[in-house]
Design a protein around this ligand. Structure first.
Ligand code: GDP
Length: 488
């Protein structure tokens, strides 16, 4: 399964300036070392990964190898989970034992699931835990190559069912008795007896409540959670800006992503380290790129996400917004040999843009790889096409994204590009009454995804932050989601 034969002659570019290890064979997962080629002609908009990040990734690979499924420490940790049910003698831990974060994938779109696993990965690195993913219907195994050499990041299927949890992993929620929120709710005055748990469930999805979000406090990070061997994490968000607000992580995060320049490249570096599409998906990406996009002098990506509940799938106002944004961003009128890559569930927008926004730009080449009609959860084929399209968008010279959409966040983040973000129309507006927002779009402050459900609680001060967008110079409110925060 794994080969450790180092491929000859890998360049710094191919290794993403040291981000990637050269321990894999290049055939086993072509995207790993070929991805850089598709971004080479763009001028770099971001810094190189810091030497400290690179050394920390190599250390993390050693943890994954030492602790992963199939190793003695893994079997031991699993046995402990069994023998102690939910409480054990964690205090007796020696430094040699392994601790884990299990990222639980669940019914969410692919963009959400990607943000979740990248978040869990950084948390694992910060806390020296091995990362395991419990895939939802096998999704991640279908989509991505193994990221760590000589180790698997997939929680073995058999072990999924052997976790001594009453509910299956997918049923865990805020109310589960093993969730951090429940433990803290019960032990408001005294959580000393919680220090010997063998596992804790972290409910960090959009529905997390006040107690769940106490995860973002030093009291929990340095206390209750620190020695728990198994942490099970469920999130649909990019929680990383929330990790930057935890004081005890700040020193390490500042070494990993030093200065101001690197703070806006966290997702860029981590996603390119972790997420490599499998060979069949990579084949689809490169074939499409060669046939349709490679020859363009200027390639523009437009990610158009219209939410059915809110807007009819085809909206004249959304089209007008796209065209107005393209003019504002000086994308239109298009210079000769411009190609536009449209991603959308519906073919109508690309057809209208191709028709030249009613005739103005008739020389434009417009491509849309798929039009799926609607979003289908748990559809592996749709996931594969969505992943391919995120990658294709990331190769574009300029990007226009629909605000709020995690699909667009992933594309912009992987590219390391500041997209033009088109605010989503308020859901209560009737189509007939709706107007194109003014301005129709604005350039994002950074390529980083927005964290939609941060904690507003300043744990040290024991009250809410005055303005969560002003706590740190590199954490701001998002341009598209007023209650969210992002790294800039
Ligand atoms: P979000 O809902 O916009 O935040 O993005 P997600 O990626 O989390 O969920 C949307 C899902 O709908 C995707 O994972 C796809 O399965 C599907 N989808 C939405 N837009 C597109 C598109 O432009 N192309 C493809 N192939 N799928 C899409």
């Amino acid at each position: 399964l794994f080969t450790t034969r180092a491929p000859a002659n890998l360049t710094d570019d191919q290794l993403l300036d040291g981000l990637l290890t050269n321990e894999f064979s290049s055939q086993s997962c072509r995207s790993r070392y070929e991805f850089a080629d598709y971004h080479k002609k763009k001028k770099p908009t971001h810094s190189k990964p810091s030497p400290y990040l690179i050394s920390k990734l190599r250390q993390h690979e050693a943890i994954q190898k030492r602790c992963g499924p199939g190793t003695a420490p893994y079997s031991k940790a699993l046995r402990r989970l069994h023998s102690s049910s939910s409480s054990g003698d964690a205090a007796a831990d020696s430094g040699e034992e392994c601790r884990y974060v299990v990222s639980i994938s669940y019914r969410r779109g692919l963009g959400n699931r990607i943000l979740a696993v990248v978040s869990a990965f950084l948390y694992a690195v910060l806390t020296s835990r091995a990362l395991l993913v419990a895939p939802y219907d096998g999704d991640l195994a279908d989509l991505f190559c193994e990221p760590f050499p000589s180790a698997t990041w997939l929680l073995p299927d058999a072990d999924r069912h052997r976790f001594p949890l009453r509910q299956r992993l997918s049923d865990l929620d805020s109310k589960s008795k093993d969730s951090l929120g429940t433990i803290l709710r019960k032990n408001d005055n005294n959580n000393n007896n919680a220090t010997s748990l063998t596992y804790v469930y972290l409910h960090l999805d959009g529905g997390a409540d006040f107690h769940d979000k106490l995860f973002y406090c030093d009291d929990q990070q340095l206390g209750l959670l620190r020695h728990v061997p198994w942490l099970l994490m469920k999130t649909d968000s990019y929680i990383i800006p929330g990790l930057f607000l935890v004081p005890s992580f700040q020193h390490e995060l500042d070494r990993l992503f030093p200065g101001d320049v690197d703070k806006d490249a966290v997702f860029h570096h981590l996603s390119r380290y972790l997420l490599h599409p499998t060979n069949p998906i990579w084949h689809a990406i490169t074939t499409y790129h060669r046939a349709n996009l490679a020859a363009a002098a200027r390639l523009v990506g437009m990610q158009i996400r219209v939410y059915h509940k809110e807007t009819p799938p085809v909206s004249r106002v959304v089209l007008d917004q796209i065209l107005a944004c393209a003019r504002l961003a000086h994308i239109f009128p298009p210079p000769p040999n411009t190609s536009v890559l449209v991603t959308s569930l519906n073919p109508w927008y690309a057809e209208r843009i191709s028709a030249g926004g009613e005739g103005e730009y008739s020389s434009l080449a417009v491509h849309q790889p798929s039009h799926e009609g609607e979003q289908r959860m748990g559809d592996a084929e749709q996931d594969r096409r969505a992943l391919a399209e995120m990658h294709l968008l990331s190769t574009c010279d300029a990007l226009m994204d629909t605000g709020f959409s995690t699909f667009g966040y992933v594309a912009a983040g992987m590219a390391g590009a500041r997209a033009w973000v088109m605010p989503r129309r308020p859901w209560w507006e009737k189509e007939a009454a709706a107007e194109v927002p003014d301005p129709p779009c604005a350039v994002a402050a950074s390529p980083e995804p927005c964290f939609h459900s941060p904690s507003y609680y300043d744990c040290a001060a024991r009250r809410d932050y005055g303005d969560i967008g002003k706590v740190l110079p590199y954490v701001r409110r998002c341009e598209d989601v007023s209650w969210g925060i992002k790294l800039v």
